[in-house]
Design a protein. Sequence first.
Length: 511
Amino acid sequence: MEKITDYGVMRMKKVVRPKKLEDITPKDSPVVEQQLETNVEAIKKELTDCNDVVFRSLVIENRKATVVYVDGLIDRASQELHGLHQLLTSIPIKNLTVEYLEQQILSVNHVLESTKIDDLIKKVLEGNTILLVDQLEKALVLDVKGGQNRGVAEPETEASIRGPREGFTEQLGVNTSLIRKKIRSKHLKLVSKEIGAETKTGVVVMYMDNLAPENLVKEVFSRLDKIKIDGVLESGYIEEFIEDNPWSFFPQMQNTERPDTVAANLLEGRIIILVDGTPFALILPVSFWQFLQASEDYYQRFHISIFLRILRITFIFLALLLPAFYVAVTTYHQEMIPTNLLFSIAASREAIPFPVFIEALIMEIAFEALREAGVRLPKVVGQSVSILGALVIGQAAVEAGIVSAPMVIIVSMTGIASFTIPRFNMAISIRLLRFPMMVLGGSFGLLGIVLGSIIILTHLCKLTSLGIPYFSPLGPLNWSELKDVFIRAPWWALKKRPTEYVSGNVIRQKN
């Protein structure tokens, strides 16, 4: 990916978007002919051994016709009520034309015309129904998509005590409607794209045209246009392709399955990417501090939000540095430990055969393995594994003299601290960085921890998200926007939107 400067915006040539279905298909695609049998055979040839594709024959005014669809991808009730029933019970027609069928017979909301066989095949595989009539050189595409889909439910990965309970689903149309219900503005724009040579995955880019900077919107489209891959099955595919620094441990995009979180970020000028087939939306650009904030912070009274944010910031340091600090102090800086505590630690480690660093490494790896097992197993079994690992295995390891009791406490506190981070992708980044920090602490003591912290802080200050400084508004410093970083000021004090992401209209509250 090309390096971007001046807040990361490369000029993108204007993309001419086709208005007709034929404009997005190859020019040498076979066309629909007057002979129905020829058209049906052409489609069957391309869909050989596709037993889920149904060819339904019928007669319309003494003319043969064929309806083509994929079983399981359509709404049968809608197809039969607004399509087949209308065709089979229509009044006698003297001059049957495509326009007459479309405008006076079929009651389907969305009907398109097409003359390309390849386009018809594409639309069938997307879940549409195709109507071919003998002696007509055009086919009709009926949008009666349906099938079995998961309903709107409470998000499982972003639980909250106060706030909306609805979450995204795997249906792109449902997700866009959930956002449109929250932002009823003409400025909310939805631009559709298709990525994946084989999967033809639908992607929607959403932004507020009066808030999102035009150069950032163009940059997003430029990066999406450069993706050349056979398939996109989840938004994580796109995230890796368009992020600024793919080698960084830190996530440069926020993913969420909450429509209220998406709506809030749209109102701050950010850009949203929705991918068909996944309930997780991508938010960009983002800052480091967004990953320490929960949507519930803005629903509770600001006193509670301030306390919770300070708690999270404190515990993120514990999640990153606590094991490394314990290893460094007990190995190189015993004089920093109070005498009584030092005697207690020494007594508990008397029978331990491993150095402190190896002991910490064993416990951290075991804890991560137990956490991974708890996630992958079914919920009931996963909870049992977590309790078993925490109580039985931990206690047995202490009694067997493999690890000391203080180390179990340190690892447990570190695990609890990592759970306080609201965003999973940031939490797992901190978990990964914990191991090199332990190596530095075990090798160089507190000097190694300071060195590692400086490297991480320098990297955070240099990192960007869509060209916007990742550590803003702390680096570069913007005093006026710190009221929504370490604390959450009252809503009546948050009169302006973040200036880094908004073009023009930065006023949130009018006097």
